[in-house]
Design a protein around this ligand. Structure first.
Ligand SMILES: *Cc1c(COP(=O)(O)O)cnc(C)c1O
Ligand SMILES: [Zn+2]
Length: 426
């Protein structure tokens, strides 16, 4: 790689010791701090600003995440995977806003991505970086969605890949991996076990490593969701953004988008960012409430129905904590029951059917309203990170808990009339 192809990248900065590495010399992590020393990509905003502006974006007909390419760590002429990633809709949801007593609620539907979760944004970036590095094989560990995303994006370009997921991952996610033709290791253990094994395998075999909270470029893919929110709201900064959090990479990406937009003068302040965790996987909520140092806080034993946000030790926890602290947001926990209850509420109130981890962000908004973190004058975005079709078993649990049952009837008008009458009486 030559310097001038990435001349807009000022360097990669360690989140712990702040050592700066030039783009062409940076490894995955800081050489001094090891695996905790995640790197943050910094840009030359003067150079980026000369190539990309609110006006140039308005005229750009490339409706994918790559419309922000001058603000991404990829060369102008790098080939990108053919699947359409990004520019997911941000829906105005007035009925949800009315129910919650808020001025505005928008739902950004990441279930619309090619493999049905926000992870496509990171995995598309991984493919570009892996090819730039000349990697033969790319690998990741995942609770399921990052894996499905890497698997699908790899299939789109014929890239060999090896995937590590917990054996307990939802069937739909495993089916995606197998359909896309990945080499799949179902690990007898949790996400942490899959992660550690993937790290060892990648070191052993020299595979390109896409792991979340290790590969510094994943945040740069995920941040495009935040840039889209700003652009889709016509640069009128919302008051708050609600994001569900496992490893903390998505929330770090949303924060990064806001910092970039601020640095480029596209916005004049950042929204408050709220991180939502499941009560059974609340490492960052604990650290936030007790003011603990996330570098030294021990892992927890995570357990939640929202598999995508189940993390014993959030890998991107330093960026994740900064996202909330630096924007005057908060970390909030919601129970599995509240998460499941949010699935049909979000679906009925906006038309967006989310997997539990996606609906968790909405459950968090409900909790934030109850606790007075947001109120009547606020304009709020809920990031729905993945499709409800990813986990049909949980969706069925959610609708059963909500007391919703189908009418099971004979194929006659009589039977229908009886059933409807019965329903009217209930
Ligand atoms: C990965 C994922 C999350 C959490 O993202 P982190 O970067 O791990 O915090 C939330 N929802 C869905 C659907 C996901 O796939
Ligand atoms: Zn360092």
């Amino acid at each position: 790689m030559t310097d001038d192809r990435l001349e807009h990248v000022a360097g990669l900065v360690c989140v712990i010791c702040e050592q700066t590495y030039p783009a062409e010399e940076a490894g995955y992590v800081c050489r001094e701090c090891g695996n905790e020393g995640i790197l943050d990509v910094r840009y030359d905003y003067d150079l980026v600003g000369a190539r990309l502006s609110r006006e140039s974006l308005a005229a750009d007909r490339n409706m994918t995440m790559w419309r922000y390419r001058p603000l991404m760590p990829v060369a102008a002429d790098a080939a990108v995977p053919p699947l359409t990633v990004g520019w997911t809709p941000t829906y105005d949801a007035p009925r949800l806003a009315g129910t919650l007593g808020l001025t505005k609620v928008w739902v950004k539907d990441e279930g619309r991505q090619p493999t049905a979760s926000l992870k496509d944004r990171a995995s598309a970036m991984a493919i570009v970086k892996a090819r730039e590095a000349g990697a033969e094989v790319v690998t990741t560990a995942s609770t399921g969605n990052a894996a499905a995303a890497l698997s699908g994006l790899s299939a789109s370009v014929g890239q060999k890949n090896v995937i590590f997921v917990p054996e307990s991952a939802p069937q739909a996610k495993i089916a995606q991996l197998l359909a896309y033709g990945s080499t799949v290791a179902l690990v007898k253990g949790n996400y942490g076990d899959a992660f550690n094994l993937c790290m060892k395998a990648s070191a052993e075999y020299g595979w390109y490593n896409r792991n979340t909270g290790f590969n510094p470029y994943m945040t740069e893919g995920k941040k495009t969701a935040g840039l889209e929110i700003l652009e889709q709201l016509e640069w009128e900064v919302p008051d708050a953004i609600f994001v569900s959090v496992g490893d903390g990479s998505i929330i770090g990406g949303i924060h990064k988008a806001m910092k970039d937009a601020l640095g480029l003068g596209w916005i004049d302040h950042t929204p408050r960012i709220f991180g939502i965790q499941a009560a059974g996987s609340d490492y960052l909520v604990q650290a936030f409430e007790n003011d603990e140092d996330v570098l030294t806080k021990a892992p927890i034993a995570a357990d939640t129905v929202a598999d995508s946000i189940s993390a014993d030790l959030p890998r991107d926890r330093i960026k994740a904590m900064a996202a909330v602290r630096e924007t005057d947001g908060a970390y909030l926990r919601v129970s599995d029951d509240e998460i499941l209850a949010a699935v049909p509420v979000l679906a009925r109130g906006s038309g967006v059917f989310a997997e539990p981890a996606g609906a968790a962000a909405y459950a968090g908004l409900v909790a934030a309203v109850e606790r007075g973190f947001v109120g009547a004058s606020d304009r709020v975005v809920v990031l729905s990170t993945g499709s409800g079709l990813k986990d049909v078993a949980s969706a069925m649990k959610a609708v059963t808990a909500a007391g919703t049952e189908p009418m099971v009837i004979a194929p006659t008008l009589e039977a229908l009339k009886d059933a409807l009458a019965q329903r009217a009486n209930d």
